[in-house]
Structure formats: C-alpha cells, structure tokens
Write a protein that binds this ligand. Structure first.
Ligand code: HEM
Length: 167
C-alpha cells in the first residue's frame, strides 16, 4: 500500500526530530555553561548566560515534545497498516522500551521543561531559591537520564532497522 511508505517516511522523520533536536543544545550550550559556572562561581556574566541557556534549552525541547507524540502516532499507524504483531520480537522489545521508559521519561520532561521551567523563570527575581532548586532538579534529571538515553535510543533504532530475530 502506497500510504505505508509515506507514513514510514514521517515515522523516520519524527524519530530524527525527537532524538536529535535537543542533543546539540544540551551538550554544547547548556551543559557547557553549567560546567563553566561551576568552575567560576563568582562570574556574574556566566550566571546570566546560564539563565539564558536554560531558557533557550526549554524552547528547544518544544521541538522534541512535538515530535514525540507524532512518532508514537505514526508508529501505531504503521503497526495497523502493516499488519505487524508482537510475535515479531524486535517490535515487542522496542515497545517495552518505548512504553516502559520513553513515555514516562517524556512526561516527566514535559512537566519539568514546560510547567516547572517557565514558572520558576517568571518568578526568578522574587524567589531566587525556587529557581536554584528547580534548576538543580532539572540538571539532576538531565544527568541521570542521559546515560540511559544514549543506550536505549540506538537500541530502539537498531531493532526497528535490522529487525533481528531475538528468540
Ligand atoms: C521512540 C519511539 C520510536 C522510535 C525511535 C522508532 C524508530 C523507528 C525507526 C527508525 C523505524 C524505521 C525502520 C526501517 O526503516 O527499517 C521504525 C519502524 C517501525 N516502527 Fe517505530 N519507532 C518508535 C515508536 C514506534 C511505535 C510506538 C510503534 C508502534 C506502535 C512503532 C512501530 C513501527 C513499525 C511497525 C515499524 C516497521 C516499519 C517497516 O519496516 O516497514 N514504532 N521505527
């Protein structure tokens, strides 16, 4: 069916948008600035840059969070149109990772980036401690989730692309 190929194109396109949109901003802007502020705690210019970097990063992840539901929807359409089943074990393992890890992680990330982040930024001058503890929570989330993401995202892409027979 011709439509299948187009849906697959969108699935792969949203996969790329979801997996890659925030990576560069995190590694080369946000994380780099956090480490610089840690090494130079008295530098006011760097502190201002950190606030800016957080605000820009919160915007970058909007792309990621638009792509994610579209990735899930196009995946579900492929599943339906292609007559796939969970007897294909690559797909079963992929969905266990998606449902058991990516979905809860993204829900937490959506709350931190789009609800907590803007709230503490709005009130930063009034409640600086709230900003500091909110951003500490955000950083903890990023540092803890990054190693798992670095492993699970390539695994899911590999499973989908190579479709290995697992057992
Ligand atoms: C984080 C979520 C996901 C990622 C990163 C992802 C990634 C991918 C990639 C890269 C492909 C292309 C493989 C190829 O061209 O051979 C693919 C195919 C596929 N995906 Fe996903 N996917 C995700 C979610 C889902 C979901 C939620 C479903 C089903 C409910 C799904 C069902 C499928 C199916 C059936 C194919 C096979 C298409 C084919 O080879 O004809 N995916 N996925």
């Amino acid at each position: 069916m011709a439509a299948y190929g187009y849906v697959k194109f969108f699935h792969i396109f949203f996969m790329a948008m979801w997996a890659m949109s925030a990576v560069g901003a995190y590694i080369f802007y946000l994380r780099a600035t956090i480490f610089e502020v840690r090494d130079n705690p008295e530098n006011e210019e760097l502190k201002k840059r950190l606030v800016w970097a957080y605000e820009q990063f919160d915007k970058t992840v909007i792309l990621e969070h638009i792509a994610f539901p579209l990735l899930l929807i196009t995946g579900a359409i492929l599943y339906y149109l292609g007559g796939w089943s969970l007897a294909q074990h690559w797909l079963l393992v992929k969905l266990v990772i998606v449902i058991g890890f990516f979905i809860p992680l993204e829900l937490l990330d959506i709350w931190i980036s789009h609800i907590l982040g803007p709230r503490i930024t709005r009130r930063r001058n009034e409640f600086p401690d709230e900003w500091n503890s909110g951003r500490a929570l955000h950083l903890k989330f990023l540092l803890k989730s990054s190693p798992m993401i670095r492993i699970t995202v390539p695994i899911v892409i590999l499973l989908a692309a190579a479709k290995p027979v697992l057992w």
